[in-house]
Design a protein around this ligand. Structure first.
Ligand SMILES: NC(=O)c1ccc[n+]([C@@H]2O[C@H](COP(=O)([O-])OP(=O)(O)OC[C@H]3O[C@@H](n4cnc5c(N)ncnc54)[C@H](OP(=O)(O)O)[C@@H]3O)[C@@H](O)[C@H]2O)c1
Length: 439
């Protein structure tokens, strides 16, 4: 690649792609000063480019075929912002094979096909950058790869899905049920028409796959991430959690423990006094615990056109600075080359030891508490606190809520299966894991 102007090819002109064009135009002079060379958008492809409104694309060549961008001799760097797996995967692989650095915001693609793509990038000696793929505008990728590179990270806790955090915040602040808040969020464009990727925890699990590999230098396949969403969290769980002194958040958790790596996404009760409990609405935050640094927290806008475009262009600026005169992967995408990533045991969720919040809908009859507590006791689960409400007129069942001491997930699941079969218990019990040990 010749020094001088860096020529960019953009694929996808949706929320993020349009903002990239705007920000590049808006801050062109400042970016040139920072990189010492001009950045020029030479080609743009997007499916509905001729039918949907889009920002001014200046003199860029425009079209609808994304492969034309990858194959364009006037494109030095490919920016992939279409999302999804295909054709994004084929486009990224072809760009790398052709020696063109790639900038992408596509966490699904990297979580599911990371090994293939990172290894292809290393083989070609071409960088692939993905700051925008996790937590939008928060520079967490660069922080883990470079800022914290000298530390030994032990744990990471992230609020990395704005939709879930918005829903749980609204439920908590306004006392509304999950479905009501979800429908309102969809009406305002804050949740997708098909929200399952977000509310079932899949999007957070994609991000956690990347974060945990970066944080611990270990290989983490997406399939190893235990994933549970927020559909079953009810208003009463939020109120009881508060009585116990906790907030409920969808947390992406990664821990590097002596006997293996823990990677899981699930609703989690965290102390109300903790900093993460204060992260509200559509904001994201990642809390990292390292041996040398101790605790650090990274907070900001985790989505949206401009914050995400800012991260996309930060990658482009890094490329512009480092690619003058020559190619070459100076900093591997994950901080380590793929062959150097550790292969560590990934602990199944059944091996987890945690404290739990439990809620049963039980018939209000003498002996019910003793019966449930008996089953839990037989499975070595001891109860730290209980809340039992009086029955209101017309209620057949009452909520019986407990907080346990540290217990085995495997034993808890076995006990709950027995409790759920009791005629005095209605519906399925609810269990939420509790995390105490972070700021
Ligand atoms: N939005 C955010 O806040 C955010 C935050 C972080 C990361 N991301 C990631 O950024 C990427 C882009 O997200 P987005 O929100 O900008 O998506 P979007 O608004 O749906 O935009 C995607 C664009 O790509 C175009 N496209 C899709 N498939 C194509 C194909 N095969 N060929 C050519 N063009 C194609 C779409 O065309 P049509 O107009 O015809 O659909 C649309 O213009 C995704 O990987 C997403 O996960 C987004």
């Amino acid at each position: 690649m010749a020094a001088g102007e860096l020529r960019l090819g953009l694929i996808g002109l949706g929320t993020v792609g349009s903002s990239v064009v705007q920000l590049l135009t808006q801050n062109a002079d400042a970016i040139t000063r920072k990189t010492g060379r001009g950045l020029r958008l030479t080609a743009v492809a997007s499916r509905s480019l001729h039918t949907k409104p889009h920002p001014d694309l200046g003199a860029a060549r425009i079209g609808t075929d994304p492969f034309a961008i990858v194959r364009d001799p006037d494109v030095d760097v490919v920016i992939e912002l279409i999302g999804g797996i295909e054709p994004a995967r084929a486009l990224v692989l072809e760009a790398l094979t052709r020696g063109k650095p790639v900038v992408t915001a596509n966490k699904a693609l990297l979580a599911l096909h990371g090994e293939e793509i990172f290894v292809a990038a290393e083989k070609a000696g071409v960088p692939i950058c993905f700051e925008a793929a996790v937590a939008g505008g928060i520079p967490i990728i660069r922080t883990l790869r470079e800022g914290l590179a000298a530390d030994r990270n032990r744990a990471l806790f992230g609020i990395v899905n704005g939709t879930c955090n918005y829903i749980l915040t609204k439920m908590s602040d306004e006392g509304q049920e999950f479905e009501t808040v979800l429908h309102a969020a969809q009406a305002q464009g804050l949740a997708e028409a098909d929200p399952s990727f977000d509310i079932d925890g899949i999007d957070a699990a994609h991000k956690l796959t990347l974060l945990s590999m970066l944080a611990f230098g270990v290989r983490v396949p997406f399939t190893a991430v235990y994933t549970e969403g927020i559909r079953h969290v009810s208003q009463s769980d939020i109120l009881f959690a508060r009585e116990f002194g906790y907030a409920i958040k969808l947390l992406a958790i990664a821990k590097d423990e002596t006997d293996g790596i823990d990677v899981r996404v699930h609703p989690t009760m965290i102390p109300l006094r903790s900093l993460l409990a204060e992260v509200s609405g559509a904001y994201n935050a990642i809390f990292v615990q390292g041996e040398a640094l101790g605790s650090s927290l990274y907070f900001g806008r985790g989505a949206g056109g401009m914050p995400t475009a800012m991260s996309v262009l930060a990658d482009v600026i890094e490329l512009a600075r480092n690619l003058v005169g020559a190619h070459g992967v100076r900093v591997p995408a994950l901080g380590l080359f793929w062959k150097d990533l550790r292969v560590a045991p990934l602990r199944p969720i059944a091996d987890l030891q945690s404290e739990y919040y439990l809620r049963f809908m039980a018939v209000d009859r003498p002996g019910v508490l003793a019966k449930i507590a008996g089953i839990l006791g037989e499975h070595d689960i001891s109860i730290a606190a209980v809340i039992q409400r009086d029955r209101s007129d017309g209620d057949v069942t009452v909520p019986l809520v407990m907080r346990t001491h540290l217990a085995s997930e495997r034993k808890l699941k076995a006990a709950l299966t027995l409790v759920d079969d009791l005629p005095i218990v209605q519906g399925k019990s609810v269990s939420i894991r509790i995390e105490e040990n972070f700021g």
